[in-house]
Design a protein around this ligand. Structure first.
Ligand SMILES: Cc1cc2nc3c(=O)[nH]c(=O)nc-3n(C[C@H](O)[C@H](O)[C@H](O)COP(=O)(O)O)c2cc1C
Length: 213
């Protein structure tokens, strides 16, 4: 069933409460979908534009927009997969086995759409690079959330191609840019199983006032 985002009305307290409940349930139950379960269709046109708009609507100290998105789909995804397989083969100096050949050549076409989130953070007089990178992470998470909110599934991976300069160049990513993630997008063919989540007791502490002298 497609989860439809509530139309929040922030002026009416009763509607607001209802909207927040729905949003909370959505956020509390969202899960990544394994890539093999992401089939066509993927969002496109105005729906994809809306997802990308939401991804770019994130906290961004200094309004630098220190991130960008690249879409891989269709013939381009197939062709770039072949190029990645050739690169892997050249690296290893021997023909890839059948399974490996398939894995590399379908790296960007296992799902109907892959969206790279690229950090374009650079030194700035006021805004630390760290904060620019954090904003890019927020953009990636907003993208994942928006995809799920539209009733599709997403999975955020990096894999070797995120850290290999030759692979990055093939994919249109400059040496001074960093891959935040490749988000695979499609229509879930099955519900994912839940995974263990951290215990709040392990990750939350309460700050205490200093001891009185
Ligand atoms: C930056 C980043 C990189 C990741 N790279 C990979 C990866 O290369 N391969 C992989 O199997 N999972 C990777 N993951 C984890 C998947 O996204 C994983 O399916 C996800 O953590 C599931 O979380 P969820 O159940 O909250 O959706 C990565 C996660 C992050 C945040």
């Amino acid at each position: 069933m497609i989860w439809r985002p509530p139309r929040a009305s922030w002026n009416a307290p009763s509607r607001k409460d209802a909207a927040l409940t729905d949003t909370t349930t959505f956020l509390a139950t969202r899960r990544s979908i394994p890539i093999p379960l992401l089939a066509a269709p993927a969002p496109d046109g105005a729906e994809l534009d809306q997802i990308l708009q939401i991804a770019s609507r994130v906290p961004d100290h200094g309004k630098l927009a220190p991130w960008r998105f690249i879409l891989y789909r269709g013939d381009a995804a197939n062709d770039l997969g072949k190029a990645l397989a050739e690169l892997a083969e050249a690296r290893e100096g021997a023909p890839l086995g059948e399974a490996r050949q398939r894995a590399e050549s379908t790296r960007l076409s296992r799902s109907p759409l892959v969206i790279a989130i690229v950090s374009t953070a650079r030194e700035h007089v006021k805004i630390p690079v760290w904060e620019q990178v954090l904003s890019a992470g927020a953009a990636a998470m907003n993208l994942v959330t928006a995809v799920h909110a539209r009733g599709y599934g997403a999975n955020w991976v990096t894999e070797w191609i995120a850290y290999d300069e030759d692979a990055k160049a093939l994919l249109g990513i400059a040496a001074d840019e960093k891959v935040v993630g490749f988000v695979h997008v499609g229509t879930p063919q099955d519900a994912p199983t839940e995974r263990p989540r951290p215990d709040l007791a392990d990750i939350v502490t309460e700050a205490r006032a200093r001891e009185a002298k």
